[in-house]
Design a protein around this ligand. Sequence first.
Ligand code: DQA
Length: 176
Amino acid sequence: MATILLLSGPNLNLLGEREPHFYGTTTLDDLVGIARETAAKLGHELEHVQSNHEGALIDAIHDARGRCGAIVFNAGAFSHYAFALADALAMFEGAKVEVHLSNPYARERWRHRSVISPVVDGTITGLKATGYRLAIEAAAALLPEVSDREAGIPPSSEPGPERPGAKRQERNEEKK
Ligand code: DQA
């Protein structure tokens, strides 16, 4: 079992009443519920942190190091310019999935760049609440690969057994 940290950036606390044409009517509590239920079905635990302050989000990422297996992050508008958040995420060794409720590429130009995208494993955009379920599933699916990454084992192109640390364990067994 791993702990997945769902991290929510600025203004997401107002979901439900905030620009529903972009973000839907789902509240942040609803999204956390969906994420928690999805994680539980896959045998994982979910923690959630929301903050409107960049420093608090950085602290939450630091606190997840060595403790959480994955971070699923909607950094809100910070996604587009907060380099300190990207630096903090780069130091997190677990699985990293970026999620956006809306499709930033279909909106204003300044939303087309995410400084978070280059330091995550993958990004899900535009699928509203469904994106949160998929993001948790993606993070859980990445856990075995990440466990190998932490152990310094390069990714293989062959389909491998789907359990955490599988390749590392296989190689340890080969050494015996
Ligand atoms: C968002 C997209 C961002 O551009 C915006 O600033 C947000 C929410 C999304 O989930 O679609 O706050 O991250």
